[in-house]
Write a protein of this length. Structure first.
Length: 298
């Protein structure tokens, strides 16, 4: 679909698309081109993009939007920071030379920090193969393990919050790094568990549960993920939800057993195996039943 950026509706649609993009990937080390393209779009945007007001109000709103965009972009450690800084300098000097001096001085230090962090960030990211296929750990062999080690290093770097960002902004950057890691390690259970555990440590159990639900869809036969999710919801008092996880696993086992028998791959079965599926090893190493001792005896 082609959008006319010079019509009011078309410009609004494009701005929404740019906002969505920078909100989701604007913190990426390679997002500089997107920020610069967004700035160019705002500079050439039609007056219909801006809410109606007195004569000249569209120029005022455009100027305010560009200032916000530049200042936000310059906080992201990326290769285009220097080019964006020069663009921003020209922009502010063109608006008001006297005011520009103060505004530029106010953010110059944090721009310097962003440049420094970029160098460290790039040193890690340059070791990655971002186009690598997501393979199960047992198939990826040494190359897969080396790539995963690099992602662990990248995550550790983001968690350090070297720019001393506010908690929400810092968490968004870490979450983005996890999502990018999953593009290459979608089939690695440890990444899903680490992502969810990070949410739990931050006091965001609902976000952790959402990660586990995605993980169980990605790896439906991974017992580790199912048990970890069940433990999470049980700790929150959602015993019925935990029980449903175990019930689903038992049903999955029965379905697989029935198919194997129908295909002639399994000749005999025992109830003991099914019952064992309801036993869960707790983090402390003991065996427990999700509904307690009495239910386990039954």
């Amino acid at each position: 679909m082609t959008v006319n950026s010079q019509s009011g509706d078309g410009a609004r649609t494009l701005r929404q698309a740019y906002d969505h993009t920078v909100d989701h990937i604007g913190d990426d080390v390679a997002a500089g081109a997107v920020w610069m393209e967004y700035a160019a779009f705002l500079k050439g945007s039609p007056k219909e993009l801006w809410p109606a007001g007195p004569a000249g109000s569209d120029a005022t709103q455009r100027m305010a939007a560009l200032r916000t965009l530049y200042q936000r972009a310059l906080w992201v450690p990326m290769g285009e920071t220097e080019a964006l800084w020069k663009e921003y300098e020209r922009f502010e000097i063109g608006v008001d030379k006297a005011l520009a001096k103060k505004l530029l001085a106010d953010i110059q230090q944090r721009v310097g920090v962003a440049k420094m962090v970029y160098k460290e960030r790039a040193a890690v990211m340059n070791k990655m193969s971002l186009t690598a296929h997501a393979l199960p750990p047992e198939r990826g062999a040494k190359a897969q393990r080396l790539q995963l080690d690099t992602w662990w290093a990248a995550l550790a770097h983001e968690k350090c919050n070297m720019q001393r960002m506010e908690p929400g902004a810092a968490a968004a950057r870490v979450a983005l790094c996890y999502e990018q890691c999953l593009m290459c390690h979608f089939l690695t259970p440890q990444v899903w568990v680490d992502f969810a555990t990070w949410h739990v440590d931050a006091g965001c159990a609902d976000d952790a549960a959402a990660v586990y639900k995605r993980a169980m869809k990605a790896l439906p036969h991974c017992l580790l993920l199912h048990f970890a999710y069940a433990d999470l919801v049980e700790v929150d008092g959602l015993v019925a939800e935990a029980q449903s996880v175990y019930d689903a696993l038992v049903q999955q086992y029965k379905d697989a057993e029935a198919k194997a028998m129908a295909d002639g791959l399994l000749l005999t079965t025992g109830d003991d195996q099914t019952n064992d599926a309801m036993e869960v090893r707790s983090p402390s190493g003991g065996i427990r039943h999700p509904l307690g001792c009495e239910a386990a005896r039954r």
